[in-house]
Design a protein around this ligand. Structure first.
Ligand code: RBF
Length: 357
């Protein structure tokens, strides 16, 4: 019995390897017929590859992606989830994804990164039956791919407004200069077209004279470099910081604590890391969205080829206003102005144009 199973497995393995080689290297797209082990209806079972473009630890969008898929699988016995961390070498991501998809084991690849759709287009050409759902990204018109973009302009608008209220306040670490700091791991369109412009626009709603000192680390893990940059930006007059830097952001928080500056934080509840320093946290409802997406996959309701945008009005981006890190440390007059502003955003009363990506 054992021997039979083993033979079957090794035969299956050989077939998969052959398919990998043929599908990836020799036959043109659509002809190989490999990577087609799952012709059954989506509702019967679902095998999901959660493809993390980096490492999960320290990166809220990835942690929430994996958490959403795993919690969905825990509630649905026919759903299996494999979480794969592709690491920080972006040049290897396509090759890694190609070999995972070539195994034919996954009905669905689930990822969260603005740069993933283009990689999926390329991998999908070799494996025309593979489906991809990518959040935090926008790509329409490919029948294998569905995307869900968070309106990060909106989250940055309200975090920028809060940072603007703080830098122009009389709080202990707020200096007379109207200067904010923004630390990015790397530059990419969602950052330069939505996140940073939204942050500056929000700050300008507090005071049009505010400027943003913008610096780039060069990777998503170097917390020491982030700390160094933060220190020099504080010396140059920045007193409230934001970042999109994954795990490296911890260096910025440390430096803000050491030198005396404030932080507003995107996507997750980070207040407890530095109470009195981190004064505002946005929340990306990635876990909720992922669970909804997987429910739709099971129900056959996903529209491939479509690109959906979600934001504050429909509850996918919010601000964590009930935490003591906000209620106890932010002065009452700032809270009053800021709470009115977030209510206006949710109600669609703040006018802005979302720039194209
Ligand atoms: N965000 C993270 O939190 N950690 C990462 O390691 C990370 N790597 C990224 C790599 C690339 C090439 C791009 C384009 C974005 C990356 N992001 C990362 C950003 C993330 O997908 C998202 O846009 C931001 O977290 C803002 O919501």
């Amino acid at each position: 019995m054992m021997g039979k199973t083993n033979r079957k497995e090794s035969a299956g393995f050989l077939v998969r390897v052959a398919c990998m080689v043929i599908g990836a290297l020799i036959l043109p797209a659509g002809l190989s017929g490999c990577n087609r082990p799952r012709e059954k209806a989506a509702a019967e079972s679902l095998s999901v590859l959660v493809y993390i473009t980096g490492v999960a630890a320290g990166s809220p969008t990835y942690e929430l992606l994996a958490a959403g898929a795993e919690s969905f699988a825990a509630r649905h016995s026919k759903v299996t989830v494999k979480v794969y961390e592709a690491g920080f070498n972006q040049a290897e991501w396509e090759e890694q994804l190609t070999s995972l998809v070539a195994s034919g084991e996954y009905d669905l690849v689930l990822g969260s990164n603005p740069s993933l759709p283009e990689i999926c287009v390329s991998v999908g050409k070799k494996f025309p039956n593979q489906k991809f759902i990518i959040t935090d990204a926008e790509y329409a018109g490919n029948s294998q791919i569905s995307t869900f973009l968070y309106n990060q302009y909106e989250q940055s608008l309200y975090l920028g407004y809060l940072a603007g209220l703080i830098t122009t306040s009389t709080m202990p670490y707020a200096n007379p200069e109207k200067k904010l700091g923004f630390i990015a791991a790397q530059e990419y369109p969602l950052l330069t077209k939505h996140i940073v412009p939204g942050f500056l626009a929000g700050a300008h709603l507090a005071d049009p004279e505010i400027t943003v000192d913008f610096r780039v680390i060069g990777n998503w893990f170097d917390a020491n470099k982030a700390a160094e940059l933060t220190g020099s930006m504080i010396n140059a007059g920045a007193d409230v910081f934001a970042s999109i830097a994954g795990g490296a952001a911890q260096g910025m928080i440390k430096a803000a604590q050491e030198h005396g500056a404030y932080v507003v934080y995107h996507n997750t509840n980070e207040y407890r890391t530095a109470p009195g320093i981190i004064l505002g946290c946005g929340l990306m409802e990635q876990k909720k969205l992922v669970e909804e997406i997987l429910a739709d996959v099971l129900a056959g309701k996903i529209k491939y080829g479509s690109a959906r945008t979600v934001g504050a009005a429909d509850g996918y981006l919010s601000f964590i206003s009930g935490d003591p890190g906000y209620t106890e440390y932010v002065p009452q007059d700032i809270q009053a102005k800021f709470n009115a502003f977030t209510a206006d955003i949710i109600a669609g009363r703040v006018e802005y144009t979302l720039p194209p990506l």
